[in-house]
Design a protein around this ligand. Sequence first.
Ligand SMILES: *[C@@H]1O[C@H](CO)[C@@H](O)[C@H](O)[C@H]1NC(C)=O
Ligand SMILES: *[C@@H]1O[C@H](CO)[C@@H](O)[C@H](O)[C@H]1NC(C)=O
Ligand SMILES: *[C@@H]1O[C@H](CO)[C@@H](O)[C@H](O)[C@H]1NC(C)=O
Ligand SMILES: *[C@@H]1O[C@H](CO)[C@@H](O)[C@H](O)[C@H]1NC(C)=O
Ligand SMILES: *[C@@H]1O[C@H](CO)[C@@H](O)[C@H](O)[C@H]1NC(C)=O
Length: 365
Amino acid sequence: MYSSCCTVVVTCLLLFVGSSASRLHRLPGDDENTKMPLQTFRPFNIAHRGSNGELPEETVPAYLRAIKEGADFIETDILASKDGVLICFHDFILNNTTDIAKHKEFADRVKTYEVDGAKTTGFFIFDFTLKELKTLRTKQRFSFRDHQYNGKYPIITFEEYILIAINAPRVVGIYPEIKSPVLMNQHVKWSNGKRFEDVFVETLRKYGYKGSYLSKEWLEQPCFIQSFVPSSLVHIHNQTDLPKIFLIDDVDVRTQDTNQTFAEITSDDYLNYIKEYVVGIGPGKDTIVPVKHKHLQTPTDLVTRAHAHNLQVHPYTFRNENKYLHFNFSQDPYLEYDYWINTMGVDGLFTDFPGSLHRYQKWTS
Ligand SMILES: *[C@@H]1O[C@H](CO)[C@@H](O)[C@H](O)[C@H]1NC(C)=O
Ligand SMILES: *[C@@H]1O[C@H](CO)[C@@H](O)[C@H](O)[C@H]1NC(C)=O
Ligand SMILES: *[C@@H]1O[C@H](CO)[C@@H](O)[C@H](O)[C@H]1NC(C)=O
Ligand SMILES: *[C@@H]1O[C@H](CO)[C@@H](O)[C@H](O)[C@H]1NC(C)=O
Ligand SMILES: *[C@@H]1O[C@H](CO)[C@@H](O)[C@H](O)[C@H]1NC(C)=O
């Protein structure tokens, strides 16, 4: 059962990748504009790690489900393998979302490294080659979500993820994150002194991603580049004019590179500085509207100030489950979307359930 499932998945993936070649190289006379375009009249539906509320995060099925459910963008985190291949994976350790514990051959790979000032022990992604990572299977992160797909789907590469978007039946954008770049550059080396960020941008360029926000090229292959690390966004500034989003962590977390506080990076002075490099910010929603005992408090002015600097605001993360819904929303995710779209006026939403956001937007616009 286990091995036949794997064979089916691998075969599908090969067919999928194989069939892309003909579509990547369009012939003269082919109409390039037959796909339904990206909608740009309402806030963006950003499928956080795919439809990860339903399927193991950042897998082919999670992304295909998100596309079927109406996501405008499929979102991912990019990390690197030991041999420098960029892959889609959120955590820098493999413990929580793969079956690594079952792989006795890797039992001796447990290591302890210092990450962001704290010692962490686990199976670190950059201690495994792509070939080794491909032998693992993903699993659902949270105990309260559907576990029937555990052990079925492999980790995918950045390139495999890009091909999912390019081969979608309508225009679907990508939204990759330059994840943990400080850690990646410490532990993985690329030829010619290239940095993780350089290889990231090269990959996007290889697949034709270019152009500023809403340009003709961008609308054909929409892409937002996101990062919590301002020096990475500054570094790639002159390598690509693709729009970039500066992610902002919780109020008690400092930036990984510049060691700046939340107060510093959300000040007017800082927004004025960073707007030279990015088209928007991506803060956690509970930092925009603080929460106490699951009740919303008075909203901050962050959205208003960001908009005054001509910056978009794409908050994270929207989740349907009762445990994540603040009491003000009567346990109804649609009321939460209504609040953030119509009262707070945000420009995009990272959701674990892109199908719900799509139905809400379809029924109200
Ligand atoms: C993985 O799970 C452990 C135990 O539940 C938790 O302490 C840790 O924060 C998780 N690690 C990551 C990277 O999510
Ligand atoms: C990951 O798994 C290894 C092996 O069981 C364990 O030593 C380590 O503490 C785990 N790390 C986390 C963060 O759960
Ligand atoms: C970008 O700027 C840096 C210095 O700020 C320079 O070293 C690099 O060559 C520039 N890259 C491009 C593609 O212009
Ligand atoms: C970041 O700044 C704080 C406050 O000055 C300091 O305590 C901390 O050690 C710094 N962290 C790093 C990694 O430099
Ligand atoms: C949320 O509920 C709390 C507690 O009832 C109330 O003080 C607050 O004004 C509510 N916020 C919104 C936006 O409805």
